[in-house]
Design a protein around this ligand. Structure first.
Ligand code: HAM
Length: 418
């Protein structure tokens, strides 16, 4: 128990951390190119934020939140996603007073009490982007192009962008009535969850995974056929912008998304692999959320992608990430008295911007070199009495096996390595 991480969580081992660092660096790079700035919000928020923001008829809020009372008897929830916190922060700091749009990104851990399985965890990590202050379909297209471009840069294949419009509250209200009329004769056959959804949020029935419900909704009226002129216009323009950027998409009228805040655009990106066909990214427009959470009317849209699912997909597709965190040089030494010189050289090398390591276990020279090999260092140098007396040493290039004699100073070694 003590030495096992809680169910649905996992450690990022030192031998895997470089993959996360590489991907996060690519994310930061692309955000810079898109003019998107980082926001960091707390891991926990007031429970009400998610109840109001994510929606209290959603699975996330109904079944999956980590909620507890703190010592001051406040109801607190570990964030199940990043949008609600980003919106809260946007309102709290009056970011709507700055020239719009405000483009924010986050790299965060999230918590959902779900049944753990491959690609589904209780603690997972999201990279998300939110665009505030614009209702333009061009902004939606740009926002969608960000994860698409990122995935392409990371080398992902077999990606599909599925797109839908779920209209605005006005057209959705009319549609919900139409859908309920259609579902009424099938009500008794719906699963228990969908019976519950029938009055509270009938659209979610379209998203049910049960085969009986799937069968029932096969001929249901589609929201995309019922949206108002303004929503249709928005959707048509979004498609044109995506086409202009050479981003292929498929219309999937059954995408409704599991969170309540969406309006108009919704999308998911899936990656098809030999054994899986999973959603690796999802998002859309949420024009009513800022107002719902106490700000003024600020249209917005965004997405989030799961880091673990991205890494799993890269692995399944055989995409290798090279570890370029290898140490530059291993400084070996012969004899206890030369340990001081080794320590001094390592310290000086690090101050010259070189990554360096030495022995801390009293190994023999042979064992030190074996260890250096295991570390995969680029260069080695051995300090014995002769080298220290002459202030000259042989630097060995481990890839080529070649040796060069140079002056025994950190700067000279750094110049040689660079
Ligand atoms: P979401 O679809 O709930 O959307 O989550 C986004 C992504 O997070 C999923 O596509 C998946 O890759 C990952 N994910 C979700 N749950 C888990 C889990 N239990 N284990 C591992 N990965 C998971 C949102 O969270 C919205 N906030 C996205 C958004 C941003 N919409 C507008 N702005």
């Amino acid at each position: 128990m003590l030495t096992k991480a809680p169910k649905g969580t996992m450690d990022i081992k030192p031998s895997d951390a470089y993959k996360w660092q590489y991907i996060e660096e690519e994310m930061r790079k692309i955000c810079k190119q898109f003019g998107v700035k980082e926001v960091r919000t707390p891991v926990f928020e007031h429970t009400e934020l998610f109840q109001r923001g994510v929606g209290d008829t959603t699975d996330v809020v109904e079944k999956e939140m980590y909620t507890f009372n703190d010592k001051g008897d406040r109801s607190i929830t570990l964030r199940p996603e990043g949008t609600a916190g980003a919106v809260r922060s946007f309102i709290e700091h009056g970011l709507f007073n700055e020239p719009q749009p405000t483009k924010l990104f986050y790299l965060i851990s999230c918590y959902r009490y779900e049944k753990p399985q491959a690609g589904r965890y209780r603690e997972f990590h999201q990279f998300g982007v939110e665009y505030f202050g614009t209702q333009s379909p061009a902004a939606d297209a740009e926002m969608i192009s960000l994860p698409w471009t990122l995935y392409k840069r990371l080398g992902l294949k077999n990606l599909t962008l599925n797109l839908n419009s779920i209209g605005c509250p006005k057209c959705r209200k009319e549609y919900n009535e139409k859908l309920k009329d259609y579902l009424k004769p099938h009500y008794d056959d719906l699963c228990e969850t969908c019976k519950n959804r029938y009055d509270r949020n009938p659209m979610r029935i379209l998203d049910c995974k049960s085969s009986i419900c799937k069968d029932i909704v096969k001929n249901a009226p589609l929201l995309i056929d019922c949206i108002c002129d303004e929503c249709r216009d928005h959707f048509e323009n979004l498609k044109k912008y995506l086409t202009a950027m050479d981003i292929p998409f498929e219309i999937d009228p059954l995408i409704v998304r599991g969170l309540d805040y969406y309006t108009k655009t919704v999308f998911e990106i899936t990656a098809k692999n030999e054994n899986s066909n999973g959603t690796i990214c999802g998002g859309g427009r949420y024009d009513g959320l800022v107002e719902e959470l106490g700000g003024g009317y600020v249209p917005a849209s965004g997405f989030a992608l799961g880091m673990e699912r991205l890494l799993l997909t890269m692995e399944e597709q055989g995409i290798e990430i090279l570890d370029d965190n290898k140490l530059d040089i291993y400084v070996g030494h012969i004899g206890d008295e030369n340990s001081f010189f080794a320590q001094k050289l390592v310290a000086d090398l690090r101050n010259c911007g070189i990554s360096a390591e030495r022995d801390h276990l009293g190994r023999s020279v042979k064992a030190q070199m074996k260890y250096a090999n295991k570390l995969g260092v680029k260069y080695t140098v051995i300090l014995g009495d002769d080298e220290i007396a002459a202030q000259k040493a042989k630097i060995k290039n481990m890839d080529e096996g070649s040796e060069t004699e140079i002056e025994l100073s950190a700067q000279a070694i750094a110049n040689h390595i660079n």
